[in-house]
Design a protein around this ligand. Structure first.
Ligand code: BGC
Length: 244
């Protein structure tokens, strides 16, 4: 099976496309439906089913979810409805979609795509990807192998969780300039650097498109830092990879 439907769940939208998992390319149109409010399991199951219907899809489906996923069970859902916690997400979406669904943490998904096909391809040792969006997601790899469900966005930094200071939502909510926000991000990366001594940081999320605007404010970080190459495609491609 070389084609898998990837779905990337975000706080505002649920996006899907068919992915060729051998080339890592999206081979269909991308279809997006707003994330329902409130973002309950039932309502989101219906949206996932509508996405599957849009593609008249019958094969396997990989879903990137913004929370910890342990053996298909959702363990956290910081930016969605709290009734997700401890639900068997694989089973719920499999039933709703009528297809075999595998869930994976959204940042782990993006990391899988970047390490296999993007900025981390061929890089040995420890690689850390951080997605900067509504929250901060993270994925850590050693020699290309994922250690799932790292939650570095929830590290404490000066009495606050990191994603409240260095996510792109924190930048918008607090009206920070790239210089101010870059300082917060620099501190977050330094914190991870002290703990894991990676060979490479990859930054994902929509704001990584503007990497040139904040790169200079990360000068105290010793580890090389690169923007993700696949930007918002990585979540969909990686979700599909997780279902292989
Ligand atoms: C969640 C992570 C997720 C990240 C990005 C965080 O709040 O705890 O699991 O990867 O947001 O969506």
């Amino acid at each position: 099976m070389t084609r898998i439907l990837g779905i990337d769940i975000g706080g505002s939208g649920m996006k899907a496309a068919v992915v060729d998992v051998v080339s890592g390319e999206i081979v269909s149109d991308k279809h997006r439906i707003d994330t329902p409010k409130p973002a309950t399991p039932e309502a989101m199951g219906e949206v996932a089913a509508a996405l599957v219907d849009h593609f008249e899809w019958k094969g396997p489906v990989g879903v990137g979810f913004p929370g910890v996923i342990q053996n298909g069970f959702v363990r956290t859902a910081a930016n969605l409805h709290k009734s997700w916690v401890d639900i068997d997400g694989d089973a719920l979406f499999t039933k709703a979609c009528g297809c075999d669904v595998v869930m994976v943490n959204d940042a782990d998904a993006a990391g899988l795509a970047e390490v296999k096909f993007g900025a981390g391809a061929g890089v040995g040792g420890v690689v850390i990807l951080a997605t900067l969006g509504t929250g901060i997601g993270s994925a850590i790899f050693t020699d290309g192998k994922l250690v799932p469900n790292s939650e570095f966005g929830h590290l404490m930094m000066g009495g606050k969780i990191a994603e409240e200071r260095a996510s792109s939502r924190a930048k918008d909510d607090n009206d920070m300039s790239y210089k101010e926000w870059g300082g917060e991000l620099e501190e977050f990366l330094q914190e991870m650097e002290k703990l894991f001594w990676p060979n490479l940081f990859i930054l994902g999320g929509g704001i990584s498109k503007s990497f040139h605007k904040f790169e200079e404010h990360l000068s105290k970080v010793r580890t090389p830092v690169k923007p993700a190459e696949r930007l918002n495609r990585a979540g969909i491609v990686g979700a599909a990879l997780a279902a292989t």
